[in-house]
Design a protein around this ligand. Structure first.
Ligand code: TXA
Ligand code: MG
Length: 339
């Protein structure tokens, strides 16, 4: 069964539709809504019972903490103990936007939001529908990505409906999201910024902002951050990555042939540069390897398309880890279960 789905033009927002969604939030319900990164599954962050519904709908383990989405700068003050000066500067530069900041939480944040730990993840999204929804609800909105736990994040309303069906009360359909990968999650260690999850704000942007930015490796991240699971963002098909370098096209083809020889349905997730050069092997184009932004915006949709066409194996072409390329390769490695 389908939830109530309301189509909204982000450039000409129907206030009545947002009002309905805000009413759902204020009545302890769940609303899926687009942000600039991916669709979120939202509930009133200050209401434990409402937030419990998120975990149930997603089948998400309770120790994986949620991001709280805010409308204005003043909302941050209520959710956290203090806002250090370094954080102020970051906020001025990157909010509203795809940056999630982890800070010591205040007592109004319910335990269920953070899995009981003493920090809370906060983000002020820039997506216009998201902003309007938080504003009209009048409460901060806890929202993980609106997929079933472990699946690729949704970049379209239909992905949400496919994964969550009736367990979400209302879906705001604002079309395809712009960035396509989730926000960058950071915390502070002294004055250093530690990236726990690469995402919509690139490492280069963070480094340009502060020469002291340190980017920890994924291995270090998995030790530090709660709620990190080895396989994530995964389609049903098995993902294998063909590394960068000389002969990448030949590598893709030979990997695909080998998998296909055991009778599996195999497809290639290819950089645009190799389009039409993959012999008779079915493929989907991610984007130009020189355009990581385009690749990020296509990634999750492409993985889901392979699933709906019942591919058993997806051979993914690596792209350079520059700009959003880092987030793309991070998600592909997680999808492959290799980090
Ligand atoms: O772009 C996004 O961030 C989307 C949209 C909807 O805003 N949200 C999203 O949420 O991706 P979610 O729950 O799928 O991912 C949040 C990540 C998880 O890996 C979680 O473990 C981490 O943030 N996280 C949340 N609170 C944390 C905390 N207090 N300490 C460390 N990691 C935290
Ligand atoms: Mg998620």
């Amino acid at each position: 069964m389908k939830p109530l789905i309301l189509k909204i033009d982000p450039l000409d927002i129907d206030q009545g539709a947002i009002r309905k969604a805000a009413d759902v939030i204020n009545n302890r319900g769940l609303v899926a809504f687009p942000t600039e990164t991916v669709y979120g599954l939202g509930a009133n962050a200050l209401d434990s019972r409402a937030v419990a519904g998120i975990f149930e709908a997603k089948k998400r383990p309770l120790d994986d903490p949620l991001i709280v989405h805010i409308f204005g700068r003043e909302d941050l003050e209520k959710l956290v103990k203090t806002v250090p000066r370094e954080v102020e500067k970051l906020i001025d530069r990157f909010w509203p936007g795809a940056l999630t900041i982890i800070l010591p939480r205040s007592s109004i944040v319910p335990d269920i939001v953070t899995g009981g730990i003493d920090t809370v993840a906060v983000r002020m999204p820039s997506g216009r529908i998201a902003r309007k929804l938080i504003e009209m609800s009048g409460v901060p909105i806890a929202a993980p990505s609106a997929n079933l736990f472990g699946r690729p994040s949704p970049t379209m309303a239909e992905h949400v409906v496919k994964d969550l069906g009736r367990s979400v009360d209302l879906v705001l359909d604002g079309g395809e999201t712009e960035i396509g990968v989730e926000s960058t999650v950071i915390e502070f260690s002294g004055k250093k910024i530690v990236v726990l999850r690469p995402g919509g704000v690139s490492g280069e942007e963070l480094r340009a902002f502060s020469s002291e930015t340190e980017v920890l490796s994924e291995n270090e991240v998995s030790r530090r951050s709660p709620g990190k699971y080895p396989r994530h963002y995964s389609p049903r098909g098995e993902v294998k990555i063909a590394g960068l370098g000389e002969g990448q096209r030949e590598k893709l083809i030979s990997m695909a042939r080998e998998e296909a020889s055991s009778g599996k349905k195999v497809g290639i997730l290819a950089a645009a540069e190799n389009e039409d050069r993959l012999e008779d092997i079915p493929y989907k184009v991610l984007g130009s390897a020189k355009d990581p932004k385009a690749c990020a915006s296509r990634l999750f949709r492409a993985l889901r398309e392979f699933d709906s066409e019942s591919f058993d194996v997806i051979i993914a072409e690596a792209i350079p880890e520059e700009g959003l390329g880092l987030a793309v390769m991070n998600r592909l490695r997680k999808a492959a279960g290799s980090s």
